[in-house]
Structures are given as structure tokens and as C-alpha cells.
Design a protein around this ligand. Structure first.
Ligand code: SF4
Ligand code: SF4
Ligand code: SF4
Length: 450
């Protein structure tokens, strides 16, 4: 692989060029193809996951004596958020949540009912509602300080995935309902990795084994199949279809992280709801941790009500910015690809950065206490020395840097949309007005962070 080509692609100099990692590194392809190897890595994740649940439920409930809090909120979730950019939705290929459902199905204990049309049609809305619920619970109930609460939250997602697998085929939960999957999918639209078919090789394929399965082996767990993957929203990058395709079609491409944003232009309903909610909730989360917020005990009814109100305000604030930006942009429909929402792709980098900053802030702030917590939990006193101090200026500096980079990325997407994708159609004053909105929104984050 030419490093120069890699840099040109990743830095968006050759936006529509890609490098197929399966071709460059056949070992990687073998890893995905040999399902046993893949399953082995997944099993390690399952064991860690089981430890977190058991230690959360039955271990010490003092947050200073139970390391599962940091493992879940400080390591697991921030790592997933960071992975959106580098490997897209690949986490889903190793995710432990569908494991029990898969076992139930392999034992033939499921009902295998057809997926209702209601679910297919309204899945995006339902998963966004579930995501709102999770963020609301996370922030207003003090669950991050409760090992049992954290374990119960994880168990509730596991229960959702398992019950859905009992009633419906394959990973219906992952395709239509999972709030995490929905969020990861939207975040992955900004990824430098994509899983795609080589459509030339798919031409004339009669088996469509990637979707339907073949020789008793089931097809894609989320009813897609490599040939129909056009974006990063739904494909789990589980690699299951690799072993099914005899034409060597699936590719794992390095690409420009801006490519999908500019091609799709916020046409998907999922993004239209997730982005304003996610950004609104981030502003509220930063507000809650800022010096402007009143200190109210987490978990009180008052906090829950105040938090619900703030989330609603946050959602409508960003929604308003998106609508206003679309007005400034002036074009929201194209004869080639229909209606679109120009501010959604422009804001995706900020939504990603906001989530990353929020999660990293927690991860870094609590890192010094991780080993001492393990020391207390398992009486391993020698681990006590593994602690360190982080100067208080570090957090606003880190968060501001992340958000400033996001503002630059948003501006870049806007620039490409206004002067490349819609060349000659967007007046300069419109560009300036939208830039102003980007600065106000990004500035709101920085104001609340420092
Ligand atoms: S969609 Fe949800 S449950 Fe399914 S693999 Fe992804 S994160 Fe896990
Ligand atoms: S990915 Fe393979 S199995 Fe699927 S349609 Fe293309 S050639 Fe056929
Ligand atoms: S298209 Fe292939 S990689 Fe994507 S979810 Fe389906 S089986 Fe997995």
C-alpha cells in the first residue's frame, strides 16, 4: 500500500479513491473469513462482559471499590466512540449483546416470526427513543456511580436483544432497535473505513448468498448482504458474508472520512433525528458538569424533571440551528437524489467530537483512580502506587482542542458542499451565515466546557 496514496485519501485529496484492505492484507480477510477465529475474539469480549455484569450485580457497591464503573464508562464506551472514526461499525461484529439470542436461536428455541412492517418502518424512531431513555437514565439517576445500576443497564440492553431474538429471526434487534447500534452507525458515517461490495463482481450473481445464505449456512444477520451495503449506517462489519460469497466481492476500504457525508447529504431519517438529539444532549451534559449548573443530588425527582426539560431544550436548540442552516443553504432538494438536509452532514463532525470529548473527559478524569480501585476491590495493595495527577487545565484544553478541530471539520464539509457539490449555486453570504451558525454552536460547547 502506497503511504502517499493513503495520505491523499484520508486527507480528502482523492475523495472517491479507496484502498481495499482485504487485498492489501490477505491475513485480515482470513481473520474475518475464518469464523472460528472471529468467534474466539468475540468470546474474550463475552467473558469480560460477563465479569462486568456479575461484579456489578454482586460486587461491592461502593464506587471506590468496584472497578466495573471505570471499565464500563471510562474504557469500554470511550473506546467504542473513538473507534467510530477509525473502524466504523466494526465494534458491532464483536459486540456481546446478541450472543445469548444467537445461542437461543441455534438451539431452536425461537419463534422465528416475520419481522413486523411496523418495526421495519419505525425502527429508527424507536431506537432514537431508546437512546434518549439511556442518556436520560445515565445523566439523571447517577447510574455512573452505581455498579448495580450500570450492570442493570447493560442487562436491559442484553434482555432487549435476547427477547427480540426469541421472537424474530437473526439479529432483528441490531437492524431495527438497538440504540447503541443506531448511534454507532451515525457516528460511523464519518469513518475512514467502509465495508462495501465490488458491484462489478456482484453483476450476474444468482445466489445472493451474502443475504440469503447457502448450503445450510445463514445469510447476513441484519438482512442486508454485502451487495446492498451503500453506507455505514446498518452493516455491522461482522464479515459473516465473506465466507458465503464465492466471487470475492466484499471489500474493506480505507476512504476519505468526508466521502459518505458529502455523498449522502443527510438524506437518512436516522441521522436527521440522532444528530440534533445527540448534540442537544451533549450540550446539556456539559452544562450539567459546568460551574453554571446548580448542584442537585442525582436521582432526585427534581433532577430527573429538570434534566428532561433541559434535554428537550437542547434538542430544539440544535434542531433550530439545523433548520435555520438549511434555510441559509437555500437548497434542500435535488432532482437526482431528492430531499436532503444540508446541515446534518455539516454537523456530524461536531456530534462525533462532542461525544468523544464528553467520554474522554470522564475517562481521563477518572483514570488516576482506576488501579487504586482495583487494589481496594481485590486487596492488591501493590497497585496503589499506579496513580498519577492530572493538572486541572488539561481538561478544558483537551476539550477545546477537540471541539476546535470539529469546527474546522464542519467548515470543511460546508466548504465542499457549497463550492464543490453545489458549485455556483450557493451565494457567499449564505456560506458566511452558515459558518456563523457553526461557530455559535461550536462556541456553545466550548463555553460550557471551560
Ligand atoms: S447493533 Fe447494538 S446489540 Fe447489535 S451488535 Fe451493534 S451495539 Fe451490539
Ligand atoms: S456479495 Fe457475493 S454473494 Fe453477494 S451478491 Fe455479490 S457476488 Fe453475490
Ligand atoms: S453485509 Fe456482511 S458484513 Fe455487513 S452485516 Fe451483513 S453479513 Fe455482516
Amino acid at each position: 500500500m502506497s503511504f502517499k496514496k493513503f495520505l491523499r485519501i484520508v486527507f480528502d485529496r482523492d475523495r472517491y479513491d479507496t484502498i481495499d484492505l482485504f487485498q492489501e492484507f490477505p491475513g485480515l480477510k482470513n481473520f474475518f473469513k475464518r469464523r472460528k477465529l472471529h468467534a474466539f475474539v468475540r468470546t474474550i469480549g463475552d467473558l469480560a462482559f460477563t465479569f462486568i455484569i456479575l461484579a456489578g450485580l454482586f460486587g461491592p457497591q461502593d464506587p471506590k471499590r468496584n472497578c466495573i464503573l471505570y471499565l464500563s464508562w471510562g474504557l469500554w464506551w470511550p473506546t467504542i466512540v473513538l473507534s467510530w472514526f477509525f473502524v466504523g461499525r466494526m465494534w458491532c461484529g464483536f459486540c456481546p449483546f446478541p450472543g445469548v439470542g444467537r445461542l437461543v436461536q441455534s438451539l431452536g428455541l425461537n419463534l422465528d416470526l416475520p419481522v413486523p412492517r411496523f418495526l421495519q418502518k419505525n425502527g429508527p424512531y424507536l431506537s432514537v427513543i431508546l437512546l434518549c431513555l439511556i442518556i436520560w437514565v445515565e445523566e439523571s439517576t447517577g447510574i455512573k456511580e452505581s455498579p448495580r445500576g450500570t450492570a442493570l443497564l447493560i442487562l436491559s440492553i442484553l434482555a432487549g436483544a435476547t427477547i427480540t431474538a426469541i421472537f424474530f429471526p437473526k439479529q432483528t434487534w441490531c437492524r431495527y432497535l438497538c440504540p447503541m447500534g443506531r448511534l454507532i452507525g451515525v457516528g460511523s458515517t464519518l469513518s475512514m473505513l467502509e465495508f462495501r461490495p465490488d458491484l462489478e463482481k456482484c453483476k450476474g450473481c444468482k445466489s445472493f448468498a451474502c443475504k440469503r445464505g447457502i448450503d445450510g449456512r445463514s445469510g447476513c444477520p441484519v438482512f442486508l448482504g454485502a451487495f446492498s451495503v451503500r453506507n455505514n449506517l446498518d452493516c455491522l462489519i461482522c464479515g459473516h458474508c465473506l465466507a458465503l460469497c464465492d466471487k470475492n466481492s466484499p471489500m474493506l476500504n480505507i476512504r476519505s472520512p468526508f466521502k459518505e457525508l458529502l455523498v449522502n447529504k443527510g438524506r437518512f431519517i436516522t441521522c436527521s433525528y440522532i444528530i440534533p438529539f445527540l448534540m442537544g444532549s451533549q450540550l446539556v451534559r456539559f452544562f450539567e458538569e459546568s460551574s453554571y449548573a446548580m448542584t442537585v443530588a442525582n436521582g432526585s425527582l427534581y433532577t430527573m424533571l429538570v434534566y428532561s426539560g433541559l434535554l428537550t431544550i437542547g434538542f430544539f436548540y440544535v434542531h433550530f440551528m439545523i433548520k435555520l442552516g438549511a434555510r441559509f443553504f437555500g437548497i434542500t432538494e435535488d432532482e437526482l437524489f431528492g430531499k436532503f438536509s444540508p446541515m446534518v452532514p455539516i454537523f456530524v463532525p461536531m456530534a462525533f467530537a462532542g461525544e468523544l470529548a464528553y467520554r474522554l473527559d470522564y475517562a481521563v478524569r477518572n483514570a488516576p483512580y482506576f488501579f487504586p480501585t482495583i487494589a481496594r476491590q481485590f486487596s492488591l495493595d501493590f497497585l496503589n502506587f499506579l496513580t498519577f495527577k492530572i493538572p486541572s487545565w488539561f481538561f478544558p484544553a483537551m476539550n477545546s482542542f477537540i471541539m476546535a478541530s470539529a469546527i474546522i471539520a464542519c467548515e470543511y464539509v460546508l466548504l465542499q458542499m457549497a463550492f464543490d457539490e453545489f458549485e455556483g449555486l450557493i451565494a457567499k453570504w449564505r456560506f458566511v451565515a452558515i459558518s456563523f451558525l457553526i461557530f455559535i454552536t461550536g462556541g456553545s460547547y466550548i463555553f460550557l466546557m471551560v
